[in-house]
Design a protein around this ligand. Structure first.
Ligand SMILES: [Zn+2]
Length: 279
């Protein structure tokens, strides 16, 4: 959920802007979701403005009827490859090793989009996931409480979704489960600047690396085809669900849960999909 909305924009100015950003170097940036157009306009005006990423508001309580809210949300209730799922009886397979390239960058903004806390990344940020011969670049990460994905009928305390995209628009999501334990420093940096209400908070003089949200063991994972877990529930997303959780302190989990006691979409039917599991 939480806005893994896909970046879409047809304005030529955005393309130009993207290249400029890439040249300047990897700028970590936050934008409003349908990233690109609104950003470019705001930027030319000299300031960033928060814009809700959703055309039509929605709630988790109404998850069974998201399709009724907006024509764009049709896949949510009629799609056959929806996420999240309960991972049971996966098929063992020789899955390729995942490779993450993480870069430390200035944290510019933290977003509260009314459904999660999120940090966005602009094109050219230098954070990559290499998987199945594809090179995906990080677009954003955000959090769920409790976890959306289940393993053998069990959820985790929280989960992080890191969303990636290839140059030709293929989207992949990485799920990192969270269990209570030691504090996570990267999470703390984000929490320290977390807006308490919808909007975004500007940050100065702070750097983070998304690598701080990954477990040490990235070799063990599940793979399946699914969707965004928030409207518009777009399908064709490759999900890599890491088996090894990271830890957050009880205080960190509570700080998020205070804002979002439940930002997890209900489990979706498999409809014959096969989940693969690394050997
Ligand atoms: Zn999510």
């Amino acid at each position: 959920m939480g806005g893994h909305e896909i970046q879409r924009c047809t304005f030529p100015t955005v393309r130009k802007y993207g290249l400029k950003v890439a040249r300047i170097g990897a700028l970590l940036f936050v934008s409003a979701g349908i990233l690109g157009c609104t950003d470019a306009r705001a930027q030319t005006a000299g300031q960033e403005q928060y814009v809700s990423p959703w055309r039509t508001p929605w709630t988790y309580e109404g998850a069974a009827h998201w399709s009724d809210l907006d024509r764009e949300y049709a896949p949510c209730n009629i799609g056959k490859e929806q996420s999240p799922i309960d991972i049971r009886n996966p098929e063992k397979a020789n899955l390729p090793a995942l490779q993450f390239e993480s870069t430390t960058l200035p944290l510019k903004y933290v977003i509260n989009n009314r459904h999660t806390i999120r940090v966005d990344y602009r094109p050219g940020n230098g954070n990559f996931l290499l998987a199945e011969g594809k090179r995906y670049e990080l677009t954003q990460f955000h959090f769920h409480h409790p976890s959306e994905e289940y393993i053998q009928g069990k959820s985790y305390e929280m989960e992080v979704h890191l969303m990636y995209k290839t140059d030709d628009g293929k989207v992949a999501g990485v799920t990192v489960f969270v269990r209570p334990g030691g504090a996570n420093l990267t999470v703390q940096t984000v929490w320290d600047h977390m807006p308490q209400t919808e909007g975004h908070q500007e940050v100065h003089g702070v750097e983070i690396s998304p690598g701080g949200l990954l477990p040490r063991n990235i070799a063990a994972y599940y793979l399946y085809m699914g969707s965004l877990t928030a409207p518009p529930c777009t399908e064709g997303i490759t999900w890599f669900v890491l088996k090894t959780p990271i830890e957050m302190s009880v205080e960190q989990v509570e700080a998020f849960a205070k804002l979002y006691p439940n930002d997890a979409r209900p489990l979706q039917p498999l409809h014959g999909r096969v989940v693969k599991e690394s050997r």
